[in-house]
Design a protein around this ligand. Structure first.
Ligand code: TTJ
Length: 644
């Protein structure tokens, strides 16, 4: 085997990878389940870049029984020849130097790997071991790293092959991550999303631990993405799609959209070079401006407008749209803390012009559908005007009246500093009473729920407001609902759902989240909704009339707590909030200094739509299997992140 002397260069590189291990969150966001899956995305992104350049039609992700994950593509293979500057093989550099991926990849449109992604070296740094095999030039080349990126087997040629491609297999380091359990559903929906965005590329997931296996391949791309999102909704029109390459900038745009009936939300997802732009940006703004202008101009030209202009929100009610851009590297600009917002100025005009021209043409050529759309927009406009009027009236009528409605069930917070206030929505009157005693009366308000709130996914708007629980919640939050919801008006910085840790509790959580998702979506997307996580155990012992006690949230915590409290300890397993006294509830679940909260963080559109429409829709048998398979709101997954 080839041996090589350590140089200053090696030391520099190991220091780089050591930095990644010291502060993993700086590179992959966190060291929890989300960070763990980031390791996979970093590697998959590279394979995707290669496919995007036109090399390799299949990308296979395998979850192995030994806890490792491998990614295989059929591209040209990472270069194995020696790089002149460093004297090392290209493939070694890709796995050891931070942000090195781009140097060897000449793709025009670079995906995450070349953008805000940090590269495969980060995956290597955070792995127990990492094996890389390249099939290239009729040869099989292999190298291996261990314990955070130390090269233990330098590149060598192991044999002959006619294949070409790259195989990377790595095992995440349990010393870094709080969990090293890859989640099939998380990876599979990420790959499905990629497949929707890259028509013609096949993504395969193969879980050798469970035998689960799926393939995602969409010849129709975004059209199928929308069909999938809107599967269980009533469609107003079939999916429409447009695409074009702007000849001046080389920006490539693909858009698909659909209107649904009885849907009052807008659902717009945008992507740049196959990376989701969760905070929108110039392309999304361009889309909004363009479609608003197209619909208004058409309505006016057809004499349907009656002199009144439709607002953007009128035009987007019930609209689902996916906007996917390919932007050349030299034009890319990202903004915001998480770089989830496209800043490229010219993208506004490019998208706005495209959607204006093509959607105007569509409306003109498809009169029947155009009339359905315009009618829906005018309905939305009228609903908006009526809601605004009702709100103004409610505001100008006596304030006291509102407080009468509230005072009945709500125990309000004393402070008027709304942003600092917290609303606990509590399952049951009895737990509500305990919470009332244990709360911080300055900043915490308690709203007990009797019974279950309504399932809001299959119910008409007017009925909704007659449900007492729902009406109370709307009034208490104080910012309206539906199109007239105004996030600026919310009376609480945090809305915290507190239920028992059982199926009933999970159901109530789901019902409330569904309601918020449909009628106060911004509450969720701006991170105001939380789920309180009460402990499962109390571990205690009396020693010299002195109580020693600890709480545990899972079995691992239980073992640790038993050790801490020591021999002879007793264990109390909580079956519900009702078994805790006010002090215990405060200490474990309500006090910001000691509690565990999960922030509801919706970032997977497909799963969210599925969760909401399948779970809350009318078919209870699909619902049951889905709940059993997917819903565990107390589990940290990609919808939620821990918070204080
Ligand atoms: C670079 O330019 C010359 C031809 O090959 C290009 C390249 O880097 N291709 C490439 C990288 N294909 N596949 C990868 C890759 C695949 C996986 C699974 C993981 C990583 C880190 C890279």
């Amino acid at each position: 085997m080839a041996e090589r002397k350590y140089t200053a260069n090696d030391i520099h590189i190991l220091q780089g990878l050591e930095g990644v291990r010291k502060r993993p969150a700086m590179y992959i966001g966190s060291s929890n389940s989300m960070g763990l899956h980031h390791l996979v995305w970093e590697v998959v992104d590279n394979a995707v870049d290669e496919a995007l350049s036109g090399f390799g039609k299949n990308i296979t992700v395998t979850l192995h029984k030994d806890g490792s994950c491998s990614v295989l593509d059929e591209g040209r293979g990472i270069p194995v020849d020696i790089n002149k500057e460093t004297g090392r093989p290209g493939v070694e550099i890709v796995f050891t130097e931070l942000h090195a991926g781009g140097k060897f990849n000449s793709a025009v449109y670079k995906s995450a790997g070349g953008l805000h992604g940090v590269g495969a070296s980060v995956t290597n740094a955070l792995s127990e071991w990492c094996d890389v095999t390249v099939y290239q030039n009729n040869g099989i080349y292999h190298l291996r790293f261990e314990k955070g990126g130390h090269l233990v087997e330098p590149l060598n040629r192991q044999g002959d092959t006619k294949k070409h491609g790259t195989l990377v297999r790595f095992k995440p380091d349990p010393e870094i991550f709080s969990t090293v359990d890859f989640k099939y559903d998380t990876i599979s929906s990420h790959l499905q999303e990629s497949a929707f965005l890259m028509k013609g590329v096949r993504f395969i997931i193969n879980d050798e631990r469970s035998g689960q296996k799926q393939e995602f391949f969409y010849q129709e791309g975004l059209v199928e993405y929308i069909n999938n999102l809107n599967e269980s909704k009533r469609h107003l029109i079939p999916v429409v799609s447009f695409s074009d390459i702007d000849s001046l900038t080389n920006i490539e745009v693909e858009i698909a959209l659909q209107y649904c009936a009885e849907d009052y939300n807008e659902t717009i997802y945008s992507y740049v070079n196959n990376v989701k732009t969760g905070d929108g940006g110039t392309h999304e703004s361009g889309f909004r401006a363009g479609i608003t202008r197209a619909v208004n101009d058409f309505a006016e030209q057809q004499n349907l407008a009656k002199g009144k202009k439709l607002e953007g929100s009128d035009i987007r009610e019930g609209l689902t749209a996916i906007i996917s851009l390919k932007v050349p590297e030299e034009l890319l600009e990202f903004e915001g803390q998480t770089k989830g917002k496209l800043g490229t100025p010219v993208a506004f005009q490019v998208v706005s012009n495209l959607i204006y021209n093509k959607f105007t043409y569509y409306l003109t050529e498809n009169k029947e559908n155009a009339l359905l759309i315009i009618k829906k927009c005018i309905d939305s406009q009228q609903a908006r005007i009526a809601a605004r009027k009702a709100k103004d009236e409610a505001r100008s009528s006596k304030k006291a009246k509102q407080e009468v409605i509230l005072s009945d069930k709500l125990t309000p917070a004393q402070s008027k500093e709304y942003a600092k206030n917290e609303l606990f929505i509590v399952e049951g009157d009895s737990a509500g009473g305990t919470a009332k005693k244990g709360r911080d009366r300055i900043h915490q308000a308690i709203l007990p729920l009797r019974g279950k709130p309504l399932n809001t996914d299959s119910i008409a708007l007017d009925k909704l407001l007659h449900n007492e629980e729902i009406a109370t919640i709307i009034n208490t939050i104080g910012a309206g609902f539906g199109q007239s919801f105004d996030i600026e008006d919310i009376h609480y910085g945090k809305i915290i759902i507190m239920t028992d840790a059982d199926t009933d509790g999970a159901h109530i959580q789901t019902l409330l989240l569904t309601f918020f998702y449909h009628y106060m979506r911004q509450l969720i997307t701006t991170g105001h909704v939380y789920i309180a996580v009460p402990p499962l155990y109390r571990i205690y012992k009396e020693e010299n009339k002195h109580l020693i006690q600890e709480y545990a949230w899972d079995d691992k915590g239980l073992e640790e707590a038993k050790k801490k409290v020591g021999a002879g300890c007793k264990i109390n397993r909580y079956k519900g909030l009702g078994e805790m006294d006010a002090i215990q509830l405060k200490e474990t679940t309500m006090d910001p200094k000691t509690r565990l909260l999960i922030q509801v963080d919706i970032n997977d559109p497909l799963l969210v739509e599925k969760k909401v429409s399948v779970l809350m829709g009318k078919d209870s048998s699909i619902r049951r299997t889905w709940i059993e398979k997917h819903v565990d709101f107390n589990q940290e997954d990609n919808f939620m992140k821990e918070a204080k």
